[in-house]
Design a protein around this ligand. Structure first.
Ligand code: DGL
Length: 269
C-alpha cells in the first residue's frame, strides 16, 4: 500500500474498462498498470451480485499478489455489487476506487437541483446505487435511470457508428423514462464508444457524462494525497484476460486507441 512504485490494478468484466485505463495512462503516464479483463465471465451486467462479488475477490487477490497499491474497479456493475465488500476484504493492503463516486462528486458540483438521466446495465440500474449515493451526499438531483442491456454486447461486437447502433440507441433514448433531462450519465464503461452517437441523438442539447476522465482525476488526487505518485519514467503496462480470443485482442484498439497484447490468466483452473 505504501509503495509508490507499486502498479495500479484496474479490472472490468472485459475490455470496456480499457476506456478508464486509457484515461489513467494519459493522466498518469509514469504509473505501471496491470489491467485484468474477466472475459471468461462477461457480461457482468446480467450476473447476480454474489457471482460478481466472488469474481471480484479472486481478481483482487491476483492484483494484490502483484503488489498493486491501488485497485480501480473500472466497471459500474462490479462497482455497484462489490465495492463495499472489496474495501472490507482488502483493508490496508491497497486503496480501492470505484467508477461511481467520482461521478457523484462531479454531478453534485455541476447539476445541483437538476433532472439528469442515467443509462447502464441491468445490474447497475437495479442496484439503485447512484440514487443511493446522491441521497447520502444530500443531493436533490432527480435521477431518471434506464437499463440498456443491449448496448454493451452491441459495442463488444463492434456495432457502433452504424445504422444498427443508431436505431438501438434511438429506441432506448426515446423512452419516456429519460424525458426532459439536462445531462445523461453513461454508467457503463463500454459506453464512451457511443458517446458521439448519443450526443447526436440529443442534437448536442444534453451533456453526456462519461466517467473515464473523472475517475482518472480522482485516482490522481488519491495518489497525491497518499504520497503514492510514481515519478520514475519507463512504466510497464500489462493486460491480462481470463479467456483469450483473437477478437478480444483486435477490439482493444477500439477501447484503448491501439491494439494491445493480451495475456491469458485463468482465474479458476
Ligand atoms: N463495463 C461494464 C460496466 O461498466 C458493463 C459490461 C458488462 O455487463 O459486463 O457495467
Amino acid at each position: 500500500m505504501n509503495n509508490p512504485q507499486g502498479p495500479i490494478g484496474i479490472y472490468d468484466s472485459g475490455i470496456g474498462g480499457l476506456t478508464v485505463a486509457h484515461a489513467i495512462t494519459q493522466l498518469l503516464p509514469n504509473e505501471d498498470i496491470i489491467y485484468f479483463g474477466d472475459t471468461a465471465h462477461l457480461p457482468y451486467g446480467d450476473k447476480s451480485e454474489a457471482a460478481i462479488q466472488a469474481y471480484s475477490i479472486k481478481i483482487a487477490d491476483l492484483l494484490l499478489k502483484k503488489g498493486c497499491k491501488v485497485i480501480v474497479i473500472a466497471c459500474n456493475s462490479a462497482s455497484s455489487a462489490a465495492y463495499e465488500l472489496l474495501k472490507e476484504y482488502v483493508r490496508e493492503d491497497a486503496h480501492i476506487l470505484n467508477v461511481i463516486d467520482p461521478m457523484i462528486t462531479y454531478v453534485s458540483e455541476h447539476f445541483a437541483n437538476e433532472e439528469i438521466g442515467l443509462i447502464g446495465t441491468r445490474r447497475t440500474v437495479m442496484s439503485g446505487i447512484y440514487s443511493q449515493r446522491l441521497n447520502e451526499v444530500g443531493q436533490s438531483i432527480r435521477l431518471k435511470s434506464l437499463a440498456t442491456p443491449l448496448l454493451a454486447p452491441m459495442i463488444e461486437e463492434g456495432f457502433f457508428n452504424s445504422q444498427i447502433s443508431h436505431e438501438i440507441i434511438a429506441q432506448y433514448l426515446s423512452s419516456s423514462e429519460l424525458k426532459d433531462i439536462k445531462a445523461l450519465i453513461l454508467a457503463c464503461t463500454h459506453y464512451p464508444l457511443i458517446k458521439k452517437e448519443i450526443s447526436q441523438f440529443y442534437k448536442d442539447q444534453v451533456r453526456i457524462l462519461d466517467s473515464s476522465e473523472v475517475v482518472a482525476q480522482a485516482l490522481k488526487d488519491q495518489l497525491e494525497k497518499s504520497a503514492l505518485i510514481n515519478s520514475e519514467p519507463n512504466s510497464t503496462k500489462r493486460f491480462l484476460v481470463s479467456d483469450y480470443t483473437p477478437s478480444f485482442e483486435a477490439s482493444t484498439r477500439l477501447f484503448f486507441g491501439k491494439v494491445l497484447e493480451l495475456e491469458l490468466h485463468k482465474l479458476w483452473n
